[in-house]
Design a protein around this ligand. Structure first.
Ligand SMILES: [Zn+2]
Length: 240
């Protein structure tokens, strides 16, 4: 019985994560992104010099050097100077992220116009969000899927029974654990499996196997939910 309840809890968590509202927002974002790419010729002129200049780092007018308004629909890969694909070098990602944050750092705009001050804060938070999305394999995978115009599955149909059974057993092991060493071992196992799945995503995206990508992303969510359970159990052991 407990096994069934655990499985149910996991399913609920995963379903919450994939709420239709969230998906429709993502779809709208994707649609806007597509529209923007299509209408690049009619991109807005610089708010300061009124010229339709090229932008440096997608943010700065190359004519007058003023920081432009935030482009909330920008492709995160473009923003962080990466090709739009799953495989990326994480050290380079961090390096590009820090460079961008230096460019828009609020200190650099403290004696500039209030519009640029606002823009620097807006860009800074967008750059953070883009970095967090691309740095985490599951987030990066979902973001790429969304750029492809694909939705995450709303149910467990992408999963096979064996996987679901294994996850239920895993949940039971977490519940039954009575010491932190057991939990650490369980966590190490989950970490390893998540790494393997990130590798698998790499090949699946390269092969344009969208169904495979979806299935793997859902599996990763299950594993992350188990990892969450491990953390909670660890805290409750510390508290007792
Ligand atoms: Zn300008």
């Amino acid at each position: 019985m407990r096994c069934v309840i655990n499985g149910f809890k996991t399913a609920v968590r995963v379903t919450n994560y994939l709420s239709p509202a969230r998906n429709s927002i993502q779809f709208e974002r994707f649609r806007l992104h597509a529209v923007r790419q299509f209408s690049v010729e009619s991109s807005p002129a610089c708010w300061n010099c009124q010229k339709k200049s090229n932008l440096r780092q997608n943010m700065i007018c190359s004519d007058c050097g003023h920081l432009q308004d935030v482009d909330a629909e920008i492709n995160y890969f473009d923003l962080l100077s990466f090709p739009t694909k799953f495989s990326l070098e994480s050290q380079k990602l961090t390096k590009n992220f820090r460079q961008l944050q230096t460019i828009v750092h609020p200190d650099k705009f403290s004696n500039k116009t209030s519009r640029e001050q606002t823009n620097s804060a807006d860009w800074s938070s967008l750059i953070n969000k883009a970095y967090k999305t691309l740095a985490t394999p599951i987030e990066r995978g979902q973001y790429l899927l969304q750029l492809e115009g694909e939705q995450m599955p709303q149910d467990n149909s992408a999963l096979n029974k064996e996987f679901l059974m294994a996850m239920m057993e895993r949940n039971e092991e977490v519940e039954d654990a009575v010491d932190s060493q057991t939990l650490e071992d369980l966590n190490a196992q989950v970490v390893k499996e998540l790494e393997d799945m990130a590798q698998k995503l790499n090949s699946l995206f390269a092969a344009k196997d969208i169904q495979g990508v979806k299935g793997t992303l859902v599996e990763m969510k299950y594993l992350l939910s188990i990892q969450n359970g491990i953390k909670q159990k660890q805290q409750s052991l510390l508290g007792s």
